[in-house]
Design a protein around this ligand. Structure first.
Ligand code: FE2
Length: 294
């Protein structure tokens, strides 16, 4: 004899309603908000595209492979988030700056802890044969006053478009340094001119880009995290205004305020002489403006 009870879920909308009901009593209100929205949007997505079982299984395999590719040097999930534009949406809703403060952009998957402390003018690219470049400027508050002792964590790809962690013998840090501003808020970094580079595309993210007719290129840039006591740190890049990929950065990270003019010098000058740089070389100036910590 059939057991009678309350009706079971019979349609996809019944399942969605029941799944939402199961999360209703989540004690943490923020977690409750997130889980309810996640179920709502995820179910809505599956219904909108009428996901097949084959596609569902392919998605499970794709995410499993993305996880398997992650270790301390390769972060495929950050690449996935970056290439879907999610990282920049998170960045924008979390870092609404008052007028005048330096805008943030993606952290990216290539930062490494432990960069050497460097003095003004030290070279973060001692083993690179690219064209020398001097990056200089100041770190300022919103009123234009210099911030002394601000810290600049700097990193970039080498002139082959690769980060140190992408080489087989990647133990030693290269193209990275930790600088501090002087009493006038000035910083000075010696490096090489960055080049545009492809994000690692030998994994599931690369397959996704190819399947969707997208390129893997990022416009040339230098990464910075600038911080100082009493101020909100800013994670950002400076970009080369002549780069062909500024309009189509595969991770959507370009903001107009971060585009700089990299000036080419074919003759030497006093500062280059002091740093032991022969022409040709590039210079770029950029002032970072921090907002006070709230
Ligand atoms: Fe980068």
């Amino acid at each position: 004899m059939a057991i009678t009870s309350t009706p079971r879920s019979t349609t996809e909308d019944d399942i969605t309603a029941e799944a939402l009901r199961r999360f209703e009593s989540t004690p943490d209100t923020r977690l409750r908000e997130i889980m309810l929205a996640l179920v709502r949007h995820l179910h809505g997505f599956v219904k909108e595209v009428s996901l097949t079982e084959r596609e569902w299984f392919d998605a499970v395999q794709f995410l499993s492979e993305t996880g398997r590719m992650c270790d301390d040097k390769r972060q495929e999930f950050i690449l996935l988030s970056d290439t879907l534009g999610v990282s920049m949406v998170v960045d924008l809703i979390n870092h609404r700056k008052p007028e005048g403060a330096t805008e943030s952009t993606v952290f990216g998957p290539f930062h490494r802890e432990g960069a050497a402390e460097m003095a003004a003018g030290d070279n973060i690219a001692p083993r690179d044969s690219g064209t020398p470049m001097i990056v200089s400027g100041r770190v300022l508050d919103l009123g234009g006053r210099p911030i002394a002792g601000a810290k600049l964590d700097v990193w970039q790809a080498d002139s082959s478009g690769l980060y140190d962690s992408q080489y087989a013998d990647s133990g030693e840090l290269h193209m990275r340094g930790m600088f501090h501003t002087d009493d006038e808020g000035r910083y000075l970094v010696r490096t090489v001119r960055p080049v545009y580079y492809a994000i690692p595309d030998d994994g599931p993210v690369g397959r996704m880009l190819r399947a969707t007719n997208r390129h893997p290129w990022r416009p040339a840039h230098v990464h910075f995290v600038v911080s100082a006591d009493g101020y909100e740190p800013v994670t950002t890049h400076i970009f080369d205004d002549s780069d062909p990929y500024l309009e189509s950065d595969t991770v959507f990270a370009v903001k107009d305020s971060l585009i700089c003019h990299f000036v080419r010098h074919d003759d030497t000058d006093e500062r280059a002489r002091q740093l032991g740089i022969d022409p040709p070389f590039y210079t770029v100036e950029f002032d970072f403006v921090l907002k006070p910590r709230v």
